[in-house]
Design a protein around this ligand. Structure first.
Ligand code: TMP
Length: 213
């Protein structure tokens, strides 16, 4: 069986985690072996990089250039340690974020030069590209509300990236929209403010045609 690489993208609060679990269950029920991963992270090295990027007490001074390189260091490791071997075994790989997040957050959001951003991504991933990208779209107000409700937890964990301002997330959102327009065959936009079941059904409709080969 041919391996299949599916990525989930979108601003925070779009319900990616729930939908990845739902899709994973459906794929397993149809007889496929599924590997669920997240970025940054997904390997022991990547999880350490994730901590540095998001929660480390020492990350306040991080520059956009460092952020770009760390995201892609985690990615280079994940691609070679996990994704390529899994695809070669014919598994389905579901990844919570991949390089479209770099284009949206570090390119559009931080304003890094796009040709350089793309060449660093190319170095990190080589030919390992998603077969399908599901872009979960929620209005910015919903995304913001979900981010803030997480912050209101008993012991909120500081997150350097999520603490950016509204304009940053508006640019990120515009970046995702531009990506969906530029690559409509790969990037399928899903309206994620609908119910869990409706969103799950829309995702399954996009995935099913890829399962026969
Ligand atoms: P999350 O796993 O909770 O979505 O956190 C990952 C954070 O990292 C999220 O704020 C988006 C951000 N991110 C980037 O800025 N660039 C990237 O390339 C990736 C994969 C994530």
């Amino acid at each position: 069986m041919k391996g299949l690489f599916i990525t989930f993208e979108g601003t925070e609060g779009g319900g990616k985690t729930t939908q990845i679990a739902l899709l994973s269950d459906r794929l397993k029920a149809s007889g496929r072996t599924v590997r669920v991963l997240r970025e940054p992270g997904g390997t022991p090295i990547g999880e350490e990089i994730r901590h540095t990027l998001k929660h480390s007490a020492n990350n306040e001074a991080m520059t956009p250039e460092t952020e770009l390189l760390l995201m892609n260091a985690s990615r280079a490791q994940l691609v070679r340690e996990i994704i390529r071997p899994a695809l070669e075994r014919g598994e389905v790989v579901l990844c919570d974020r991949f390089y479209d997040s770099t284009i949206a957050y570090q390119g559009f959001g931080r304003g890094l030069e796009m040709t350089q951003v793309r060449s660093i991504i190319d170095f990190a991933v080589g030919n390992t590209r998603p077969d399908l990208t599901l872009l979960l779209h929620v209005p910015l107000s919903v995304s913001e509300a979900r981010r803030h409700s997480r912050d209101a937890g008993a012991a909120p964990v500081r997150d350097r990236i999520e603490s950016a301002g509204r304009e940053f997330f508006e640019r990120v959102e515009r970046g995702f929209q531009a990506l969906a327009r530029a690559e409509p065959r790969r990037v399928v936009e899903i309206e994620a403010a609908a119910s869990r079941e409706e969103v799950g059904a829309a995702i399954w409709k996009a995935v099913q045609p890829l399962l026969s080969s």
